[in-house]
Design a protein around this ligand. Structure first.
Ligand code: 2HA
Ligand code: ZN
Length: 271
């Protein structure tokens, strides 16, 4: 059996959480990540018959029975993951009943998965229904994205349109746009269900005045989506109080989307 601390997926989680912490997006215990792993790969590092303990999830994820995820721990700090993965991360498998998580590794101090597990697992189910390759869901509190929530209308079309206008590549990176949820209580099944509903349509979902969710087939893709939104939001926050002299026009965005051959939300442009 190989050493789990050398597993590429543990290494990736360490690097991603450290990176996000240093970008200032994941203060204290802010943010969480879930990453679906390949059973055969995990079996190189862990005895899959050895369940350390079981933890109720509080909802039914029958679509994910048997699936294995590496997930950040509740109350844990992204800052600390790289130094102490075994306490700050856990590897769980969704049990046969669909409502229990079997701990295969991690949460070594008796901890458990993020309080946002419902939003994560329900989002996995939604994304998998439209993209069987989806593996990763990331939640984060990126600074400018959050700032923009306070000064921009929280309308999906208007919010996406503004982000697309802020950098030439935005419409190419997230042609499907950004879903927006109103402020809601976090950590609940309700916000999980609302996020998952949006995730059928969008890979990015804003939680108003809280943060963002991004989904993708790997950590790079999910992170890169959030990073691109955050960059656009930064340009917006640097310029929105100044007279606008130039802009990317809707026609330009259409030309871009067509040149790159992406399926974009035509109804989000005013052509
Ligand atoms: O895990 O970000 O939304 C801390 C959070 C909750
Ligand atoms: Zn949060």
């Amino acid at each position: 059996m190989k050493n789990i601390l050398d597993a590429p997926f543990v290494e990736e989680m360490k690097k991603t959480t450290a990176n996000m912490y240093r970008l200032g997006w994941d203060e204290r215990n802010g943010g969480n990540i879930s990453y679906m792993l390949d059973e055969k790969e995990v079996a190189e590092y862990l005895d899959l018959n050895n369940v350390i303990r079981t933890i109720p999830t509080g909802f039914d994820a029958k679509e994910l029975i048997g699936k294995i995820f590496i997930v950040t721990g509740t109350g844990k700090y992204f800052k600390n993951v790289e130094y102490d993965p075994e306490n700050n991360l856990g590897i769980i498998r969704i049990a046969e009943d669909g409502t229990t998580a079997e701990l295969l590794w991690g949460y070594a101090d008796g901890g458990k998965f993020t309080s946002e597990l419902p939003a994560h697992l329900m989002s996995h189910i939604s994304r998998l229904s439209v993209d069987p390759e989806n593996r990763v869901v990331i939640h984060s509190h990126p600074t400018n994205t959050l700032a923009m929530n306070y000064v921009h209308e929280l309308d999906e079309k208007k919010f996406t349109h503004t982000l697309w206008e802020m950098c030439t590549e935005c419409i190419v990176v997230f042609p499907d746009g950004v879903g927006v949820l109103p402020w809601m209580l976090c950590g609940t099944n309700e916000i999980g269900e609302a996020t998952a509903e949006k995730m059928k349509e969008f890979r990015l979902v804003i939680w108003a005045m809280h943060g963002i969710y991004g989904a993708g087939k790997n950590l790079d893709e999910a992170f890169g989506l959030i990073e691109t939104v955050e960059k656009a939001a930064q340009i917006y926050m640097l310029t929105s109080h100044l007279p606008r002299i130039n802009t990317i026009k809707d026609k330009d965005m259409q030309i871009l989307a067509e040149a790159f051959g992406v399926e974009y939300r035509k109804d989000f442009l005013n052509l």
